[in-house]
Design a protein around this ligand. Structure first.
Ligand code: SAM
Length: 281
C-alpha cells in the first residue's frame, strides 16, 4: 500500500475518538514509529509493507488508541524541545507551553556556568534534563513525590547519558536539602477541580491526577510551598520560574511579593495566555 493509503486507513480507524486532523497526525506518528522513518522519507517511498510483525504491532496500537489511551503512552515516548523522551502511563505527557518555559530559562542563562538548579515536580524529567543538556555544566536536582516519575526520569537520564543531574523522591511540602540553588523551577499541579469539566476525557481518564489537580479553594497551595522552600534554599539574588494556570497570574504575583520575593515578569505563551512567571529573591 502507499503511504497515503496507510494514513487514510489508519485515520478512518481513529475518527470515532479523534477529530480528522488529530487522527491524521496520530496516523503519521504511528507510521514513523512502525516503519522507523520520518514523514518525508515515507512520502517519497513507492510503497510501504506491513509484514506480520508490524501488522501485529499496528493492531495493538490501534486497539489501545481506540480505548482512548493517549498516543504518547501507546508509543512510550514523546518529543520535547527536539528530543525524544521515554514516557509511561503515570507521568504527565509533556506540553508545548512547558517548552516555552524551558526556552525562557535557557535564553536567560545560556552564558552562565555551573549553575545549581532545582526542579520541583519533575515528572518525566523533561525540564531538568533539557536544562542539563542546554546550559553550561549546571548541577541539577529534580524531586517528585511519584515513584513512577522518579523511575521514568531516571530512564531518561540514562538514555541521554547525563552525569550532572540527580532525581529524588521527595514531598515538596516537606523538602529537605542543605544545597543552595541559583535557580528553582516548577510546573506544579495547578488545574482546579471545577476546571475538569473543560478537559478532554483522554486527559481525565489517563493522565495522573496527582500531577494536575488542586482544590478549588486553595489552588496556589503548591506555589506557596515552593516559595517557602525558596525562602530557605534559593540563593540571595537567585531566580525562580513557574508555569502557571492562566487564570491565577495576578493572585500568584501577590503571593510572590507577600512572601518577600521580587515579582519580575508574567509572560504570555504562543496563544497569548499568561502562563509563565519569573521572580527574584
Ligand atoms: C504538572 S506535573 C509536571 C511534570 C513535569 N515537570 C512537566 O513539566 O511535564 C507536576 C508534578 O508534580 C508532582 N507532584 C505532585 N505533588 C507533589 C509533591 N507533594 N511533592 C513533589 N512532587 C509532587 C507530580 O507527581 C508531577 O510529576
Amino acid at each position: 500500500m502507499t503511504y497515503s493509503e496507510f494514513i487514510r486507513k489508519t485515520s478512518n480507524e481513529l475518527t470515532n475518538i479523534y477529530c480528522e486532523s488529530e487522527a491524521n497526525s496520530i496516523s503519521k506518528m504511528l507510521a514513523q514509529d512502525l516503519f522507523k522513518a520520518d514523514n518525508t522519507s515515507l512520502i517519497i517511498q513507492n510503497s510501504i509493507i506491513l509484514d506480520p510483525d508490524i501488522k501485529e504491532k499496528y493492531w495493538n496500537y490501534i486497539s489501545l488508541l481506540k480505548r482512548g489511551v493517549p498516543v504518547q503512552y501507546v508509543l512510550g515516548y514523546s518529543f520535547f524541545y527536539g528530543y525524544r523522551f521515554n514516557i509511561e502511563n503515570g507521568v504527565l505527557i509533556p506540553r508545548q507551553e512547558t517548552e516555552e518555559l524551558v526556552d525562557w530559562i535557557i535564553k536567560d542563562h545560556k552564558k552562565e556556568e555551573s549553575l545549581s538548579i532545582l526542579e520541583v515536580g519533575t515528572g518525566s524529567g523533561i525540564i531538568a534534563i533539557i536544562l542539563a543538556m542546554e546550559l553550561l555544566k549546571p548541577k541539577i536536582m529534580g524531586i517528585d513525590i511519584s515513584e513512577k516519575a522518579i523511575e521514568v526520569t531516571n530512564s531518561n537520564i540514562q538514555k541521554f547519558k547525563l552525569k550532572n543531574i540527580s532525581v529524588e523522591k521527595q514531598d515538596l511540602f516537606d523538602f529537605k536539602s542543605n544545597i543552595m540553588f541559583d535557580i528553582i523551577v516548577s510546573n506544579p499541579p495547578y488545574v482546579r477541580e471545577f476546571e475538569k469539566r473543560l478537559m478532554e476525557s483522554l486527559v481525565l481518564e489517563h493522565e495522573p491526577h496527582q500531577a494536575l489537580f488542586v482544590n478549588d479553594d486553595n489552588p496556589l497551595v503548591y506555589y506557596e510551598a515552593i516559595l517557602k522552600l525558596a525562602q530557605i534554599n534559593l540563593c540571595s539574588g537567585g531566580v525562580g520560574y513557574f508555569e502557571i494556570n492562566e487564570s491565577l497570574g495576578n493572585e500568584l504575583e501577590s503571593m510572590i511579593t507577600n512572601l518577600g520575593f521580587k515579582m519580575d515578569a508574567l509572560r504570555r505563551d504562543i496563544n497569548n495566555k499568561p502562563r509563565m512567571i519569573r521572580f527574584y529573591k
